[in-house]
Design a protein around this ligand. Structure first.
Ligand SMILES: [Zn+2]
Length: 278
């Protein structure tokens, strides 16, 4: 019993050691059963925000367009994760070993079905979700750099989630203000796409005005748009006014970044680009 305890302590010490050295990054590759448990946990609470159109679009053909239980079907679609191939594990390990910015993080990685969530990478809880096609393409050094950028971007999102409010002052300096509520026209509300990495509401002020920004479905695909808003009222709520504009029309006020419609996205983009951008 004593020797068993000693061996257990040595093994445990080995795990800690392996997570704190750059030679052996700490990476957990979740199999499909473990990944399904993550989607079945409270970490997927934001599923309750999904509307029918979003579930059908994100379900990639796995959610019935007539379904009344579309959130339950979406849960099943998200839970259809894949086991990792040895070659994919190797390419991820190699990518993380190659970059100092990635080596000291603890990674919990899920391999997702390409059909689901527009094949976007994102985070849930403390896990990074990577679409299978990104892993399949990661063999070349160019694509490994892209994978490295994605991993750091997603790691920033996990850090943001674990430290809510930590970056608010920074986001304020960029022109963002928290909103208790933002009302947008009903037709767009029904076509809203939920970003798991940017769930809280913000408005953005720039010389062109104050805007709410987001993703909305058009032809089943997510499109980035902005609405001018009025407000806030005494409770900190805003109301969208007029027709939406393309996000790029105001991107000059956001470091010229066209794709970022939430301060968490701007933050993650800037960190990743400054670490890996040329
Ligand atoms: Zn992101």
């Amino acid at each position: 019993m004593g020797s068993f305890l000693f061996l257990a302590l040595v093994a445990a010490a080995g795990v800690v050691w392996s997570c704190t050295t750059t030679r052996t990054p700490c990476i957990e590759f979740l199999d499909r059963t473990e990944a399904a448990e993550v989607f079945g946990s409270n970490a997927f609470w934001y599923l309750s925000l999904y509307r029918h159109a979003e579930s059908v679009a994100k379900g990639g053909g796995l959610v019935n367009t007539d379904a009344h239980d579309f959130q339950q079907q979406m849960l099943l679609a998200n839970s259809r994760c894949h086991d990792w191939k040895p070659s994919e594990i190797e390419v991820v390990q190699q990518t993380i070993r190659e970059h100092r910015a990635l080596q000291r993080a603890k990674w919990r990685l899920i391999k997702a079905d390409d059909r689901v969530d527009f094949s976007y990478p994102y985070t849930i809880g403390d896990c990074v979700v990577l679409p299978a096609n990104m892993l399949a393409a990661a063999g070349s050094s160019e694509n490994r750099l892209s994978l490295a950028k994605t991993l750091l971007h997603e790691h920033v999102h996990i850090f943001q989630r674990q430290h809510p409010g930590l970056f608010d002052t920074l986001y304020n300096a960029w022109g963002f203000r928290r909103a208790t509520r933002i009302d947008i026209p009903a037709d767009h509300k029904e076509r809203t796409v939920t970003n798991p990495d940017g769930l809280d509401a913000w408005v953005f002020s720039c010389p062109d005005g104050t805007f709410t920004m987001g993703l909305f479905l058009e032809g089943g695909k997510p499109v980035k748009k902005a609405f001018r808003v009025s407000g806030p009222d005494q409770k900190g709520a805003y109301v969208a006014v007029g027709d939406p504009i393309e996000l790029r029309e105001i991107s000059q006020w956001l470091f010229g970044i066209e794709g970022c419609y939430h301060p968490h996205e701007v933050h993650a983009y800037l960190v990743s680009e400054s670490a890996f951008g040329q």
